[in-house]
Design a protein around this ligand. Structure first.
Ligand code: 5GP
Length: 245
C-alpha cells in the first residue's frame, strides 16, 4: 500500500523511493507501508529517548549510539536495502564507529559485504589505502579516514550508510574515497538527518542521492519537529519553522 503526503514547497527534494521529482508548487511523497511505519517508529523513539544536548546535538545513546536496539538496527538495514533495491549495490560503506551496526544490517539485507573506514590508520594496515580528511562535528577534531584499496574497486557499486547526517563532512569524505577508488556511488542512507544543518545540501550539490529515515526540521528541549510533520503543518497553515531541505 502506498501513502501519499502533500507538501507545498518549490524546492527540489528527494521524495520517492528511487527518484527525485521537481514540481512547481506541490510535491507528492510516495512511501510504502513498511517505510512509513519504520519512519514513524524511529521518530517516536527519538522523541521519547533522545536528549537534546545543544541547538545542534542530539544524544540517542539508549537505542542507536551506545546501547543499540538490535531489532531496530536490523529494521533500519532492511529499509535502506528497500530504498536502494535493484540498484546493483555490491558493497555498503560506513565510518567507524557509530555507522557500523547500520552498515552491517544493510549489508545483511542486501546480501553484500560492508566495509568501514577507519579513523586512525592501524599498524596492520600496511597495504595501499585511500584516505580523506574529515572534520568531526561532535568531537571538533580533524582526522584522516582510511580504507584499504583491497576492499573497494572500480567494479563496486557502493551505498554509504551512517547514523547521522549533520554538516556532511564524514559522508563527503567517504564519497571522496569511493571516487578515488573509481567505484560508483549509488547513494547515501542516513538514519537521522538534522535537516537544519548543511549536510544534505552539500551532498546533493555533488549529485549524490540521499535518503534519511528521520529528518529533523528543528529541535529544542521538549519539541522535535520532523520534516513530514512540518509538511502537514505547512499544508494546514500552522508551520512555525522553515527547514533547510
Ligand atoms: P557530519 O560529518 O555530517 O557533521 O557528522 C557525522 C557524524 O557526526 C556522524 O557519523 C555522527 O557520528 C556524528 N554526529 C553528528 N551530529 C550528531 C548528533 O547530533 N548526535 C550524535 N550522537 N552524533 C552526531
Amino acid at each position: 500500500m502506498a501513502y501519499l503526503c502533500m507538501t507545498h514547497t518549490k524546492e527540489r527534494k528527494t521524495v520517492s523511493l528511487e527518484r527525485t521529482y521537481s514540481f512547481e508548487a506541490v510535491f507528492i511523497f510516495i512511501y510504502d507501508e513498511g517505510t512509513f511505519n519504520s519512519m514513524k517508529l524511529l521518530q517516536e523513539r527519538i522523541r521519547q529517548e533522545g536528549l537534546i544536548l545543544s541547538d545542534t546535538v542530539l544524544k540517542v545513546d539508549s537505542f542507536l549510539n551506545h546501547q543499540v536496539d538490535t531489532e531496530l538496527a536490523l529494521e533500519i538495514g532492511k529499509q535502506f536495502a528497500h530504498l536502494f533495491a535493484n540498484r546493483g549495490i555490491t558493497k555498503v560503506m560506513t565510518i567507524e564507529a557509530s555507522g557500523i551496526q547500520f552498515a552491517m544490517a544493510t549489508g545483511i539485507a542486501l546480501k553484500v559485504p560492508f566495509v568501514y573506514a577507519k579513523k586512525k590508520k592501524a599498524v596492520t594496515l600496511n597495504e595501499q589505502v585511500y584516505t580523506a580528511p574529515v572534520h568531526s562535528f561532535t568531537k571538533q577534531e580533524t582526522y584522516q579516514v582510511t580504507v584499504s584499496a583491497k576492499y573497494i574497486s572500480p567494479e563496486d557499486k557502493v551505498l554509504i550508510v551512517d547514523d547521522f547526517l549533520a554538516t556532511g563532512a564524514a559522508l563527503v569524505g567517504l564519497a571522496d574515497i569511493v571516487k578515488e577508488a573509481g567505484a560508483e556511488l549509488v547513494g547515501v542512507g542516513c538514519v537521522i538527518e538534522k535537516s537544519f544543518q548543511e549536510g544534505r545540501g552539500l551532498l546533493e550539490e555533488r549529485g549524490i542521492e540521499v535518503h534519511s529515515l528521520a529528518r529533523i526540521a528543528s529541535m529544542e528541549p521538549g519539541r522535535i519537529t520532523f520534516i513530514d510533520e512540518l509538511d502537514e503543518e505547512l499544508a494546514a497553515g500552522q508551520a512555525k519553522v522553515t527547514p533547510h531541505a
